[in-house]
Design a protein around this ligand. Structure first.
Ligand code: S3P
Length: 438
């Protein structure tokens, strides 16, 4: 353990990752399942709901609004839908913890409720911009207050909702989702246009629940509904969690890893396309659909990678995975450049500043740019110290950097992996040959 109760875990160079790994359920889909189920008519069964800190925060939030949540002995979650306008004003402020998706999506459904709902979160949440949801919801006539008009806590007083045609200034699936959810309660069809394609899980789930959703290019229209109905939903494994293994197995020599049942919604798989362009060996089999979402089994083998240049147009489809390119790039021949990804600076942490400082500390030749970074690769990394700084994705990146390094990486603040991938270190250890690893 390092100072102030934070856990430091060391990841030693690995001699190849081998085997099959069942990854945790998709975080984005799990959040949406809990929120949308809470306003359905009647109970909704959610199979393979992600059990992690972020999604627990969403469940606790809907419970605080009077929704029943039970996990059966079969592991299936049952959310007792309270009906479209059935959420109750909680007694205390809702604590979303570290979860940006909870605090940005919930106001969408709260817009149509009677009552006053206060949403707050941890230090990281209080630093992240919330005006991006406050502003469009106000345009929809929703009474939303924010600290300094920009930050949490947010107070949403629901009521009547006006339909709007909104052009999002930032590429954000969370903002798009909040507007679409509020649009369910509006007095006419609401449209949202996004600057680049972002994840569309909300659209898929709402359509499955009976909402009328129309899409044309980057414009999505939602029509107001009388009621939503969903009996059962099954959540695929999270591509964003798979991404760490795709990169780790690509760069640790002698690896071959199978990842069954991974969600491959094309609005999420930008990193897969980028890795394939870099020369990665990744195959998909057994392609199928799970609750309207494309899923397949992936196999990844070690490969010689080439540097790549990635710009803003793919960032919406790879935003959470782009930092992994700093590590893949260090092992790739030539230069790897990411631009048009300024949004990385307002995630759970500033993922450009933190990434570059960490990657430099482990020996990478990397420079920060305002909206991305540049890595000169081919040399791999030595090893050293990596600071998660309260960011789950930075913790997991440090871990796989250690496996691929020459001398090992110690990751401080490793406990933050519980936000999306509890048990990450055990899962990775199960793929290591005896004697290697932590
Ligand atoms: C998410 C959208 C993305 C992503 C986040 C999850 C979602 O955020 O970074 O981890 O579930 O909608 P933005 O909407 O801020 O791009």
């Amino acid at each position: 353990m390092a100072g102030s109760g934070r856990t430091t875990v060391r990841f030693a160079p690995a001699g190849g990752l081998k085997g099959s790994l069942r990854l945790p359920a998709d975080k984005s889909i799990s959040h949406r399942a809990a929120i949308i189920a809470s306003v359905c008519d009647g109970p909704v069964r959610i199979v393979n709901f992600l059990d992690a800190a972020d999604t627990r925060a969403t469940l606790a939030a809907v419970q605080a609004c009077g929704v029943s949540v039970d996990k059966g002995t079969d592991g299936v979650l049952r959310v007792g839908g309270a009906g479209l306008r059935g959420l109750k004003q909680p007694e205390a402020p809702i604590d979303v913890g570290n979860s940006g998706t909870t605090i940005r999506l919930l106001p969408g459904v709260l817009a149509g409720q009677r009552g006053r709902f206060i949403l707050d979160g941890d230090e990281s949440i209080r630093r992240r911009p919330m005006d991006r949801v406050v502003e469009p919801l106000r345009r929809m006539g929703v009474d939303v207050e924010a600290r300094g008009d920009r930050y949490a806590p947010l107070t949403v007083s629901g009521g009547d909702v006006r339909h709007i045609d909104y052009h999002m200034p930032v590429a954000s699936a969370q903002v798009k989702s909040a507007i679409l959810l509020a649009g369910l309660y509006a007095d006419g069809p609401t449209s949202v246009s996004e600057p680049v394609q972002c994840r569309d899980h909300t659209e898929i789930m709402l359509a499955n629940a009976g909402a009328r959703i129309e899409r044309e290019g980057l414009r999505t229209v939602v029509h107001p509904v009388e009621a939503l109905h969903l009996e059962q939903l099954e959540v695929a494994a999270d591509f964003s969690s798979a991404a760490f293994l795709l990169v780790a197995a690509s760069i640790v020599p002698g690896s071959e890893v199978k990842l069954p049942g991974v969600g491959l919604n094309p609005t999420r798989t930008g990193l897969l396309d980028i890795l394939l362009e870099m020369g990665a060996h990744i195959t998909r089999e057994n392609e199928r659909f799970l609750s309207g979402e494309p899923v397949a089994d992936l196999t990844v083998r070690t490969a010689e990678l080439r540097g790549v240049s990635v710009n803003g147009s793919i960032s919406g489809r790879a935003i959470d995975e782009l930092p992994l390119l700093a590590l893949a790039g260090a092992f790739a021949e030539g230069r790897t450049e990411v631009s048009g990804a300024g949004e990385l600076r307002v995630k759970e942490s500033d993922r450009i500043a933190g990434l570059v400082a960490n990657m430099k500390a482990v020996g990478a030749d990397i420079e920060a740019r305002r909206d991305g970074f540049v890595v000169r690769g081919g040399t791999g990394i030595d090893g050293g110290e990596f600071a998660a700084a309260g960011d789950h994705r930075m913790a997991m990146l440090g871990a796989i950097a250690g496996l691929a390094s020459r001398s090992g990486v110690s990751v401080s603040g490793f406990e933050s992996v519980s936000v999306s991938f509890p048990g990450f270190d055990g899962a990775v250890s199960s793929l290591l040959e005896r004697g290697a690893g932590k």
